[in-house]
Write a protein that binds this ligand. Structure first.
Ligand code: ATP
Ligand code: MG
Length: 502
């Protein structure tokens, strides 16, 4: 090897530096190494960031999902048919986001914010990244305003507050979606914006949901974000984040938002598919190691924020499907630990006709009474404990024939409570209806009735016709004092006397 003079060294360094410059500009574009199943591996985009949007030669967009030493992994938001090895990819330096605005109310959109209801273009007011840091501690306010579901079994025992995250969990076909839908229907006139995110469902189920919302005039204040089972996994994966971005737009404007994620089990499955294709190492139940973070960073964004921060709230009702009631599987335990409580729906109850099939023992709301009106708190009293006692007693006395009067009365009271908690679909109860029902239940008005449900309906109609003063007072003032309780009891006694055959 010959000697290299200092001049030569300088010229070598110079040319390297010049090459480096050229190299830098070429980093804005890369080329596809591998593509398939909605995923592409790209070489040459060394500086692309996680979550950045990249554009392929044919216009299809993708999002950087995996940054490795020599290549990046990217999920595609469109068909991969026009993309092949060597296709040029360009950075946008923008994070993934969707258009947002009031114009989205009443519309059905896909995970990228494009309308799919055939009602034409949507005028957007802003653009928000789909991934955003959750509001910090100082921006948060305590959760103490109720978000009424209109479902007696929930509002009385597992109250949900604005800004709370309450999980709806149960096996398939146990009424999970129905609870979410009834809650949306109950928000009519309550100034709450609803967002329903469908993840991995059949298109026909989504169509049915939109139909139900329309039928009950609930679509006007609702946005439906959908990624169906036939959509590529990347779209199913981002749908809940897109929905949340829309929710945040309203929350930071001081509005109260209710968001449903139906369901996060399918969301986790879509994420698992993406991760396996990106060759991330599989962990428990083949899910990637960060699947907990997937859901925690989503649900952390639900909050009630201070006036200074905007003053609105996002209440989240994520849904999880269990297999054989197993709440200890990986995804269910994750989401249980992230949320502020769960409504546990049970197949056995559902099939025995107890609908909504809320399991009183396993359901909980960690916000609890703070999110209840004074009237509801007083009326609900001890019914949760009464029900727990009833269920225990029911088991013990199943085969006993000679029960004492006290036990018989207790059983009868428990049975009537269970009947009262049954509620048909799309029939939300007002605060007054719930309070009157509970006060009368405690007063043992329903004990001994053969047809408790029929009697309850009759009684509530009677109050609507003859006790408008009481009904309006509860709905307006949301309080309940002993005098009002007495009035309700007297009126119930009167109705009972008139309607009990002698
Ligand atoms: P999937 O696992 O398929 O998503 P799901 O748990 O969401 O099911 P739903 O679709 O809400 O369950 O309900 C299942 C069926 O039960 C529907 O046909 C619905 O109409 C019926 N159903 C749900 N709740 C009630 C109720 N309170 N009263 C009567 N029928 C009900
Ligand atoms: Mg469902």
């Amino acid at each position: 090897m010959g000697q290299i003079s200092s001049n030569e060294i300088i010229s070598i360094i110079k040319s390297e530096i010049e090459d480096f410059e050229i190299d830098k500009s070429s980093r804005e574009t890369g080329s596809v190494i591998w593509v398939g199943d909605g995923i592409a591996t790209i070489y040459g985009l060394d500086e692309a960031m996680y979550g950045e949007i990249v554009v392929f030669e044919n216009g299809v967009r993708g999002m950087v999902q995996d940054v490795r030493e020599n290549e990046i992994g990217c999920i595609l938001f469109g068909s991969d048919t026009g993309i092949k090895e060597g296709t040029v990819v360009t950075r946008t330096k923008k994070r993934a986001g969707i258009p947002v605005g009031e114009g989205f109310l009443g519309r059905v959109i896909d995970a990228l914010g494009s309308p799919i209801d055939g009602k034409g273009e949507i005028k957007s007011s802003d653009y928000r990244p789909i991934e955003e840091p959750a509001p910090g501690i100082v921006d948060r306010k305590s959760v103490n305003v109720p978000l009424e579901t209109g479902i007696l079994a929930i509002d009385s025992m597992f109250p949900i507050g604005r800004g709370q995250r309450e999980l709806i969990i149960g096996d398939r076909q146990t009424g999970k979606t129905s609870i979410a839908m009834d809650t949306i229907i109950n928000q009519k006139g309550k100034d709450v914006i609803c967002i329903y995110v469908a993840i991995g469902q059949k298109s026909s189920s989504v169509a049915q949901i939109v139909g139900t919302l329309k039928k009950h005039d609930a679509l006007d204040y609702t946005i439906v974000v959908t990624s169906t089972a036939s959509d590529p996994a990347p779209l199913q994966y981002i749908a809940p984040y897109s929905g949340t971005a829309l929710g945040e737009y309203f929350m930071y404007k001081g509005k109260d938002v209710l968001i449903i994620y139906d369901d996060l089990s399918k969301h986790a499955v879509a994420y698992r598919a993406i991760s396996l294709l990106l060759e991330r190492s599989p962990g428990r139940e083949a899910y990637p190691g960060d699947v907990f973070y997937l859901h925690s960073r989503l649900l952390e964004r639900s909050a009630r924020i201070t006036e200074e921060a905007g003053g609105g709230s996002i209440t989240a009702l994520p849904i999880i499907e269990t297999q054989d009631g197993d709440v200890s599987a990986y995804i269910p335990t994750n989401v249980i630990s992230i949320t502020d409580g769960q409504i546990f729906l049970e197949s056995n109850l559902f099939f025995s006709g107890q609908r909504p099939a809320v399991n009183v023992g396993l359901s909980v709301s960690r916000v609890g009474g703070a999110a209840q009106t004074k009237a509801m708190k007083k009326a609900a009293g001890s019914i949760r404990i009464d029900l727990a006692q009833y269920r225990e007693m029911e088991v013990f006395t199943q085969f006993a024939s000679d029960l004492d009067e006290g036990t018989k009365a207790q059983l009868e009271y428990g049975r009537s409570l269970m009947e009262l908690l049954k509620q048909p679909l799309s029939k939300p109860m007002s605060l007054a209806e719930q309070v009157i029902t509970l006060v009368c239940a405690t007063h043992r008005t329903f004990s001994g009735q053969k047809d408790v449900k029929g009697f309850q309906n009759g009684l509530l109609e009677y109050f609507a016709e003859n006790g408008a003063g009481i009904v309006d007072k509860i709905n307006a003032e949301k309080t309940l004092d002993d005098e009002l309780i007495k009035q309700i009891e007297d009126m119930a006694d009167k109705y009972k006397a008139e309607n009990t055959p002698t």
